[in-house]
Design a protein around this ligand. Structure first.
Ligand SMILES: C[S@@+](CC[C@H](N)C(=O)[O-])C[C@H]1O[C@@H](n2cnc3c(N)ncnc32)[C@H](O)[C@@H]1O
Length: 247
């Protein structure tokens, strides 16, 4: 299967802390509204990490399953779920190709689909998601906060949370127009604590998403700009949330 994979491996709680500025309640309300509309009961959280959204959905009564490739983040997800008294099934799986059940809906948050950094992996991913959904099942793809301003422009930014600083460097590939190296460093009181890790991300413009969706048995049902439910897409930055439906 997959080669060695590192995602905040040593200190997964630093991922949790570093990115807790996100409005998870707003995200969950968004998902809940879509799920109510389509009568969804069972959901699959893809690239769930410590599953901040999945735990809240489980509290609301949804049957939640999560998959991720990082053993450390899955362990943290399981610990948090126990602390909060919620039940979630968790599996260590590569989202490129997996089989864990048949769900009413699946979702992938925080631009995590960009980890599928080759077109053939994206096709395989969409086919896998399709095969894990019931007929008419939904796939919600959150690309509403990209790790760059422009896909072909290098970027460097950091997030500060108390003593913790998370530095991120986005470096577009010199050989591929759609790929970039993304490096992440965690510093506690300016001292490096997690191993520095780099991953390759792939830019996923809406035209490509629509093409892939059609090719793999989905229709695009709804498009939003962000979790405020605004449907006016950003013309300058290709950020969006797509709601796909299995045909
Ligand atoms: C930006 S984090 C998002 C985590 C979580 N969904 C959230 O909202 O905080 C990206 C996640 O993708 C996972 N990931 C990366 N590549 C993956 C793959 N091939 N299969 C499954 N999970 C993967 C990482 O381990 C990490 O948990």
């Amino acid at each position: 299967m997959t080669k060695k994979f590192s995602f905040f491996h040593k200190h997964p709680e630093l991922y949790e802390k570093g990115f807790d500025y996100r409005k998870v309640d707003q995200q969950v309300n968004f998902l809940d509204k879509v799920f109510l509309k389509y009568k969804v009961k069972s959901v699959l959280d893809i690239a769930c990490g410590h599953t901040p959204q999945g735990r809240k959905l489980a509290k609301k009564g949804y049957k939640v399953t999560g998959i991720d490739l990082s053993g450390s983040l899955l362990k943290l997800a399981s610990k948090r779920a126990k602390e909060e008294g919620v039940k979630i099934k968790l599996y260590k799986k590569d989202m490129k190709k997996f089989k864990v059940g048949k769900f009413d809906a699946a979702y992938i948050m925080f631009s995590s689909i960009l980890h599928m950094n080759k077109e053939k992996d994206l096709v395989s991913h969409f086919k896998s998601v399709n095969s894990n959904l019931k007929k008419g099942g939904l796939y919600i793809i959150d690309l509403s906060s990209l790790p760059f301003e422009f896909p072909n422009k290098p970027a460097k930014y950091s997030v500060k949370k108390g003593d913790l600083t998370t530095e991120m460097i986005y470096a577009p590939s010199k050989t591929s127009k759609s790929q970039a190296k993304f490096t992440c460093i965690s510093l506690l009181k300016d001292k490096k604590v997690n191993e520095t890790f780099s991953i390759v991300l792939r830019y996923l413009p809406l035209v490509l998403l629509i093409k892939l969706a059609k090719q793999t048995g989905f229709e695009v049902k709804e498009l939003y700009k962000d979790f405020t439910r605004s449907k006016t897409l950003n013309k300058k930055k290709e950020e969006y949330i797509a709601v796909l439906r299995k045909k």
